[in-house]
Design a protein around this ligand. Structure first.
Ligand code: HEM
Length: 400
């Protein structure tokens, strides 16, 4: 199959004139109008934007459809593990890594997350104001993730630079320049983890932490290679550092702008889990995923030849009126709420349990200390619409 650069695919997803319209606080009606015009919109010959749950679920579970591996993803020719691989090898790798992020393994982290949230809040609570993205949404999940990996907290700026280099680009930027920046970031990441790998394997002491465990693991009877280790770490850094921060920023921004609904949740903190699920559905921070038919496939009764690209618009699928009653309304008690914020099928997010725990504990701790707050008057909130949707800056205030 021909390889297509990630940025070309991103640009292919929506008409360019729509990108400006989805950078504000309320992209949902624009996405909805686009999606309902035509549920399997052929953006270019052989490239379909998927906006309905039925097709989404079938594509994500079809053995004849490959995941992102058919595209040239986050800046390189190597296939990221497990995101860019498929079939049996994908299953082997998921069996290796899934248990590390299983609910039981993740649950004990709640205390650590609460303590870290408390430390961050201590730094600004007396001021009566803060720029919440940089003071809370970004550092909290990133520091937790570095601690899970056993990496020092003071290396946070270095890892943030790497994930920004890979993910954050002007959607209309020159694709060659984006490729170059991504390559620099990938190289920085593999140099760091390559040194760590070499030191640990040379000393014979792999380390009593997650990284040591991973270096020493085997897949399908074969010891993990250096390349495979570096590759997994790159995806971990991008997934672990970015997505929860971005989701946290979208959720906090919505709550800051909807005080009545926020007060309703705070009357009973048991309302947080359902409320978070609904705000995840509504905001859908990850804007797209890619799939490619490896053979002729039938999806929802229609035939698609080998080579067809499916551009999965998770945010539009999460507004599908056949799956969600009144999808353009936020219903904080919505049940069932079978959204695809974490995708579905073979490539379903393996960090979803960690993400949910971090979001819930962050919400509880923040609102215990600062229940009443609002976006600073005069602020026009701007969102990054592609890469992962996040609020670029979120200045809020409260009475200290
Ligand atoms: C709210 C936060 C998160 C959201 C919204 C999210 C969303 C997603 C989505 C939509 C996918 C599917 C991508 C595709 O198939 O195109 C995915 C896959 C993945 N996510 Fe997450 N994610 C989040 C948090 C995390 C965290 C904390 C980690 C770190 C452990 C993580 C690691 C991964 C990995 C490794 C995959 C690839 C799975 C595979 O291909 O088998 N994610 N995520």
């Amino acid at each position: 199959m021909d390889e297509v650069s990630g940025i070309a695919l991103v640009n292919a997803m929506y008409p360019p004139e729509m990108i400006g319209q989805i950078m504000g606080t309320d992209p949902q009606p624009v996405l909805d109008a686009y999606a309902r015009q035509c549920p399997m919109h052929e953006r270019a010959p052989g490239w379909y934007t998927v906006t309905r749950m039925q097709e989404c679920v079938e594509i994500n579970r079809h053995r004849g459809v490959a995941g992102n591996g058919s595209t040239r993803g986050m800046g390189g020719d190597e296939k990221l593990i497990p995101l860019d691989i498929d079939g049996e090898m994908h299953t082997h790798f998921r069996k290796l890594i899934d248990p590390v992020f299983a609910p039981k393994r993740i649950a004990p982290l709640a205390e650590r997350i609460a303590a870290q949230a408390g430390t961050l809040i201590d730094q600004f609570v007396a001021n009566g104001e803060t720029e919440l993205f940089s003071s809370f949404c970004q550092p909290l999940p990133s520091l937790i993730f570095l601690s899970i990996l056993g990496l020092p907290a003071d290396e946070l700026p270095f890892f943030l630079e790497i994930k920004e280099g890979i993910l954050r680009h002007d959607p209309l930027a020159d694709p060659d320049e984006v490729d170059r920046q991504q390559e620099v970031a990938r190289l920085q990441c593999s140099t760091y983890f390559g040194k760590l790998y070499d030191e640990r394997t040379a000393s014979g002491d792999l380390g009593d932490d997650l990284l040591g465990w991973l270096i020493g693991s085997s897949v399908d009877g074969h010891q993990l290679t250096r390349e495979q280790f570096l590759n997994i770490m790159l995806l971990m850094i991008v997934g672990g550092l970015d997505t929860v921060s971005a989701s946290l920023s979208c959720i906090m921004s919505w709550l800051a702008r909807h005080p009545e609904q926020r007060r309703w949740i705070l009357e009973d903190p048991n309302r947080w889990p359902a409320a978070i699920e609904e705000l995840l559905r509504f905001e859908s921070p990850v804007p797209q995923g890619f799939r490619q038919a490896q053979e002729g496939v039938e999806i929802n009764g229609s035939q698609y030849p080998a080579g067809t690209y499916f551009i999965m618009s998770w945010p539009a699928i999460n507004l599908d009126p056949e799956t969600f009653v009144n999808p353009l309304e936020v219903d904080l008690q919505r049940s069932p709420n079978a959204h695809v914020v974490f995708a579905s099928g073979w490539h379903r997010c393996l960090g979803s349990h960690l993400a949910r725990l971090e979001l819930r504990v962050a919400m509880e701790e923040f609102h215990k200390r600062i229940p009443e707050y609002a976006v600073k008057p005069g602020t026009e909130l701007q969102y990054v619409p592609l890469g992962v949707r996040q609020v670029m800056n979120l200045p809020i205030e409260w009475s200290a």
